[in-house]
Design a protein around this ligand. Sequence first.
Ligand code: ZN
Length: 273
Amino acid sequence: MDNLVALTCPNCGAATTNHNNCEYCGSLLVRFVDKRIDINQTNYSANAETFVGMEQVLEAQYKRMEEGRADVFCSIVNGFDGSPIIYTTSTHNLGNITSNYDYKTNGIAINYITGINKEQDKKFVEMDFFPLFTFADKNADGQRYYWINFGKDYKNAARILYRIIVEVFGINPNVTLEYTIWSYINYNKCIGWQEGGQNVSEKFIYECYRGGKNETLRKTFENDSSIFGLEKKKKMIGNTVLTVRIIAIIILAIPGIALALFLLIGTIVRLFR
Ligand SMILES: [Zn+2]
């Protein structure tokens, strides 16, 4: 979002007219300046806490978007094969809850739903980053959706996510998190819902990362799976065509075989008369 008024980026010091992500360094910290929040009162300095490995995972997630993969999302769970905490998604998926977003630019986004845990909601709205969220919609149950698109600033995304996980959700900062990035390749090239994107995908990929505080990020596996693949569909169609052909041959052959048997039996009977 370009604005005529230039702001001084708290990260690199440049004058930026992009009030979402500094046009020079991509930092989302300019949003605090835009919202007139004193950056010195926030916790996003170079020493800001974050989960070890989270930045790299978010960077990898962003990279998948740049590679043209679609529906890129990352689930973050508490411990190995643990319970889900939150998931980060590609900006394009925000189309599920709002039309008020920049769907042409890749970005890491999250949405927060109120009305599930009142205690957490109270903490969420009190956080210094809350003004950076945009209210999307309210559903029939009165739950409210708030979203944020971090852009490609995975560094500050990790810092804000850390504070959501630790301060809002109350999860122990020493926990070891597990991340799984899910993405589709060879997707229908349309971007976003507003350009008529469809769930046409040839390959579905997931990558799993395990790492937390005091533990080095390591990639445990990457698996290409064609469970939704066209390859499989083509094979199925091929098998169906083959089955139809075999049935057709059998049906067509029956009268011929019957006639041959009739003539054979007739000949045998005549011979032995
Ligand atoms: Zn900057």
